[in-house]
Each structure stands twice: as structure tokens, then as C-alpha cells.
Design a protein around this ligand. Structure first.
Ligand code: DCP
Ligand code: MG
Ligand code: MG
Length: 543
């Protein structure tokens, strides 16, 4: 189905050609953001692949964890996630499908993103993890409101209004949101008709509120939030942790500051947070707690990194680590091949139970990264398999990165290993590439690049309920950056995230060129254009 010929009659069934109506100034209208989340995503993909499963309570399993269940199962009281053992015991008729191969999920995820991006009213589409997309429909909606439509024109809302609230069809803000609800319905219909998958949506003035309200009527339905309902929606959340973008590490810092409830955070001042957060972050956290989120919907491009992780009971020898890293590299090679770009940085992530205990931390992931010569992965431009020689060199590089986190002479108990790659050059032939890889002039594959994103092959139990952006935040907060103890370079401006040994081995002119070509490593958070206001004054603005 195409959106070339949309029937907007249902949104504005009548016209008033003689109206003296003055269109509202778009600057006075809200942004309209739609958040789409697929229902029991992995389970739905499995049901598309095997329709017999539709009539059965089923779940998707990775290792010993059930990571999602279909809605038939949920209707019978089977939880969305849990351990395989517990769920199988309690619900013997629950059918479990192995979901460790992410290929089909990624493929559907990509198709959803492409479908939504192709809709003419979708101004920007931002992917969030595997099964979510933010869609900014503001320009289309404002154009409609500003067009010939009279304020007396009847306007409809598709789906629900949050808490079945009353909306005012004469209010331009409400009308914008109502139009958003019609577009959300259109998106969901397209996904259902073209891919056979149901989804749920939230429609609100910003990304955070759209995501929060979208969960109110699941599955296969949608909810719109009126501006005056923002506080009521936030009141349904127990802690700051429930806000998308506030991960458990940030939440732990807030608790240390004595900020435990959402109300505590709503009433906090930037200075109250200064001990733990810089000014920008403090302001952003307070704003988020008040439902203020000026962050734009950024059109998703290719991911900045590609990677996977595996979790296991315990690894405590170098041979086991080597075997696991080799296995991970093999799977990563497939992802890099599908992506079509050749990376310049490789990173190994590990979690060591003994270190966690010693540091009294429940969740401690460490990472080390280094530059790699491009020729090592060049073959992945045309084949999903690494040649044996390159593979063994890469395994050695990974092992040496692991050595920086694990001391072989001390006992260790690894429970997670991951490998990711990043720093995909945008330009093709320059002296730096010549230096790093002979004959590596062309980087982008000629076949259309496929998108992929960093998703653990196996997810941690503790992360089981977290959306990927929050997982990424936790991940980032635990990353230990490589520190340069004695810079073997006359260039004092050393890129903090590069391996010192590799850096030291580069000729000076290459170092200078690399420094000049790289963006700043600690970009400041985007300054927000909204000042923190008292929450009441903010929401009094619109009703
Ligand atoms: N997922 C995962 N590991 C987890 C949790 C989820 O790999 N710990 C996968 C399986 C889910 C998919 O991500 O199907 C999307 O996650 P959601 O949280 O959106 O959950 P679902 O789409 O499964 O269910 P819902 O209908 O509640 O959105
Ligand atoms: Mg989902
Ligand atoms: Mg989701």
C-alpha cells in the first residue's frame, strides 16, 4: 500500500472555504512525535515464520532466558521474561523457540525502518534498538493546521487519549496531536499490511513522552497524550529509572545524592546534582523528569559500532577465552559483511565476577580497544568469512586487549565477553588509509549497505527489561578508557580512546593527520534551548 494518495478525509471531513480563520503560527504549535514499538517483536517474527505458533502460547529463548512471550501467553498469565527453567515448570504448555540467531530479527527491523522512512509524512525517523522507531511528523501536521482547514472542522483521534481524557477539537495543540494519531494509525496499518506485524504507538509533543505513553495500550493499539496530562503520566512512574534515557548507573548516582523518587528529581536544582553530573547533564535529567525533552528525532544512518556479546557461566582460562573470542569474531564477521563497511577500531568487553566482588559492584563491564590495520578485515567486503591468517591475527589482538583487563597470574571468572568494531572511515583514499591498509582504497562496498546495530547476541538478565539506549548508557558508564601513562609522542593532544602502543608506532605526520581528521572525543552535550522552569509553570502554559 502506498501513502501517495492518503485519505485525510477522516481527519478533516469538512471544509469551510469562506472561513475568516487565521492559521496559527507554527512556532506556537507543539512538535508531534510518534513512537512505534512492535508487539512481542521476536515472538511475532517467529510467528510469521511459522504461523502454527500463532494459536499457541510461545516464547523466545536465548540460552537459559526467555526474552519475550507472545500475547496469547501473556493473556494466560505467563510473564514476558523469565528463566527457561521456571517458566517451563510453571507453564508446561509454553512452547519455546530458540532466538539466538538474530539474523531474521535484524532483517525485519531493517524493513520496518525502511517502510516507515518511506512514508511521505515522516520528516525524520530514528531507530531505537531492534523494534522501536521515533517518527517526527511535525512539518506535515503544521502544514495541515496552517492550510485551509477551519478550526470548526471536525477532527478525529485514532486510538486512545491517555486515561481516556477529553480533548478539545478547537484547541490547535490538540488538533496537531489528533492529526498525529491519524498518522500513527497509518504507520501501524502499513506495518501490519506489508510485514504482517502488529505494533503499538504513542503520540506526544516529544520523544520521551511519546515512548512513555505508547506503552499504555498494548498490544496493537495507540495512545495520545494531551499536554495537560504530562504530570499525570509522569506520576504513574515510580522512580527516575522509569524514564527512557535514565539508566541504572545514572539512577544509582541520583540515589547517592538522595534523589530517589521522580518528584525528588522534578524538584531538584541543577546545583543539587552538581556533585555527580555536569551542568548539561543535570539540566537534562531535571527536564526529563518534568517531561521536557527538546532532543530532536535524528534520522538514523548507519550504526557507529557493530558488535555482539556472549554471556556464559564462567571462563577462567586463556584457552577458553581464545575459543570464545574466535567464535564471537566469526559471528561479528558476518555482521560486518552485511554492513558493508570496514572498521578501524576493535574493542573487547569483559565482565569478571571476581573483580565485581572485589569492587563491590553488581555490574562491572570493562572494555579496551585498539586500532587495527584495515587489511585484516578487508575480505569482509566480499565474503562473510575471515581468512584463517587474518582471523588468527585478530584473535591475538583480542586476546591482548583482554590481557589488559585480566591478569593471567591472578584468578578470574569471566561471565561475559564481547567484541565490537567501530570507526568506519567515510572517505576512501588518503594517506592514512594507505598507511593502514595496502590496496585498501575503496571502503564502501558496491552492494547497497545494510544496516545493523550493536545488540548483544545474548542479553544479561539484569538488562532484560531495558531498551537498548539504556543498555548502551550502562555499557558506556562502565567502560574504562585506555589511559596513556607515558605518551611516547611529542604530540600532547593524544586521542584518549586509542591504544597507546599503536599510536606510538605511527609516524609523526600520520599522527598529526589523524588528529586533524578526528572529531572531538568528548563532545559536550547539545546545549538545550529551553531553560529549566518550575514544572507547574511549564505545564500551565498549555491546557
Ligand atoms: N529482547 C532481548 N533481550 C532482552 C529483552 C528483549 O533480546 N533482554 C528482544 C526481544 C524482544 C525485542 O528485544 O522481542 C524487543 O523488546 P521489547 O522490550 O520491545 O519487547 P517485546 O517487543 O518483545 O514486547 P512488547 O510487546 O512488550 O514490546
Ligand atoms: Mg516491543
Ligand atoms: Mg521495544
Amino acid at each position: 500500500m502506498s501513502d501517495e494518495d492518503p485519505d485525510w478525509g477522516s481527519a478533516f471531513p469538512e471544509e469551510f472555504p469562506h472561513s475568516k480563520y487565521t492559521a496559527p503560527d507554527p512556532a506556537s504549535l507543539p512538535r508531534i512525535i510518534i513512537h512505534i514499538d512492535l508487539d512481542c517483536f521476536y515472538a511475532q517474527v517467529e510467528m510469521v515464520r511459522n504461523p502454527d505458533l500463532r494459536s499457541k502460547p510461545m516464547g523466545v529463548q536465548q540460552k537459559q532466558i526467555v526474552i519475550t512471550t507472545n500475547y496469547l501467553a501473556r493473556a494466560r498469565g505467563i510473564p514476558k521474561t523469565g528463566s527457561v527453567q521456571a517458566l517451563s515448570q510453571a507453564y508446561p504448555d509454553l512452547i519455546l523457540v530458540n532466538g539466538e540467531d538474530l539474523h531474521e530479527y535484524r532483517r525485519f527491523s531493517q524493513r520496518i525502518f525502511e517502510l516507515v522512512s518511506s512514508l511521505s509524512f515522516a520528516h525524520a525517523v530514528e531507530r531505537l534498538g531492534m523494534d522501536e522507531n521515533f517518527v517526527d511528523v511535525t512539518p506535515w501536521v503544521h502544514a495541515q493546521i496552517q492550510g485551509s482547514k477551519d478550526p470548526d472542522t471536525k477532527c478525529v483521534v485514532q486510538g486512545h487519549v491517555f486515561q481516556e481524557g477529553k480533548w478539545d477539537e478547537l484547541d490547535p495543540w490538540h488538533r496537531c496531536l489528533a492529526l498525529g494519531s491519524v498518522l500513527a494509525d497509518r504507520i501501524r496499518t502499513q506495518i501490519r499490511q506489508e510485514l504482517g506485524l502488529t505494533s503499538s504507538a504513542g503520540i506526544a509533543m516529544n520523544k520521551t513522552l511519546a515512548k512513555l505513553v505508547g506503552g499504555c495500550h498494548k498490544p496493537d493499539d495507540q495512545t495520545m497524550l494531551l499536554p495537560s496530562q504530562t504530570l499525570s503520566l509522569l506520576q504513574t512512574l515510580k522512580s527516575p529509572r522509569a524514564i527512557p534515557g535514565i539508566g541504572s548507573a545514572t539512577n544509582a548516582n541520583l540515589i547517592e545524592l538522595g534523589i530517589e523518587t521522580l518528584t525528588d528529581l522534578q524538584e531538584a536544582k541543577i546545583s543539587d546534582l552538581a556533585e555527580m553530573f555536569d551542568r548539561d547533564m543535570a539540566e537534562r535529567l531535571i527536564q526529563l523528569s518534568q517531561g521536557i525533552d527538546p532532543s530532536p528525532v535524528k534520522t538514523s544512518g548507519k550504526p557507529q559500532s557493530i558488535g555482539l556479546e556472549d554471556r556464559f557461566k564462567v571462563i577462567s582460562t586463556r584457552d577458553e577465552s581464545k575459543a570464545k573470542l574466535k567464535w564471537l569474531l566469526g559471528r561479528l564477521a558476518q555482521l560486518i559483511y552485511e554492513d558493508g563497511r570496514i572498521p578501524r577500531v576493535i574493542r573487547v568487553t569483559a565482565r569478571d565476577k571476581i573483580k565485581e566482588r572485589a569492587k563491590g559492584r553488581r555490574w562491572l563491564k570493562e572494555s579496551r580497544q585498539t586500532q587495527i590495520s584495515r587489511h585484516l578485515m578487508n575480505r569482509l567486503k566480499s565474503s562473510p568469512d575471515l581468512p584463517p591468517h587474518e582471523e588468527s591475527q585478530l584473535v591475538d589482538i583480542c586476546l591482548s586487549l583482554l590481557d589488559k583487563m585480566v591478569n593471567e597470574s591472578n584468578p578470574y571468572q569471566l561471565t561475559l565477553l564481547g567484541i565490537s568494531v567501530s570507526d568506519f572511515p567515510a572517505e576512501t583514499s588518503n594517506s592514512i588509509q594507505n598507511y593502514f591498509g595496502a590496496g585498501a582504497a575503496k571502503i564502501e562496498s558496491s552492494r547497497p549497505p545494510k544496516r545493523s546495530h550493536e545488540t548483544p547476541a545474548i542479553n544479561e538478565e539484569v538488562l532484560s527489561q531495558l531498551p537498548p539506549d539504556i543498555r548502551a548508557e550502562i555499557y558506556q558508564s562502565n567502560v574504562k578508557k585506555v589511559k596513556l601513562s607515558s605518551p611516547a609522542t611529542p604530540l600532547t593532544d593524544f586521542p584518549h580512546d586509542w591504544d597507546p602502543e599503536v599510536w606510538a608506532s605511527l609516524p609523526l605526520d600520520i599522527r598529526s593527520e589523524l588528529l586533524a581528521s578526528r572529531p572531538t572525543h568528548h563532545p559536550k552535550a547539545q546545549p538545550t534551548n529551553q531553560k529549566t522552569k518550575s514544572i507547574t509553570s511549564y505545564f500551565q502554559k498549555k491546557n
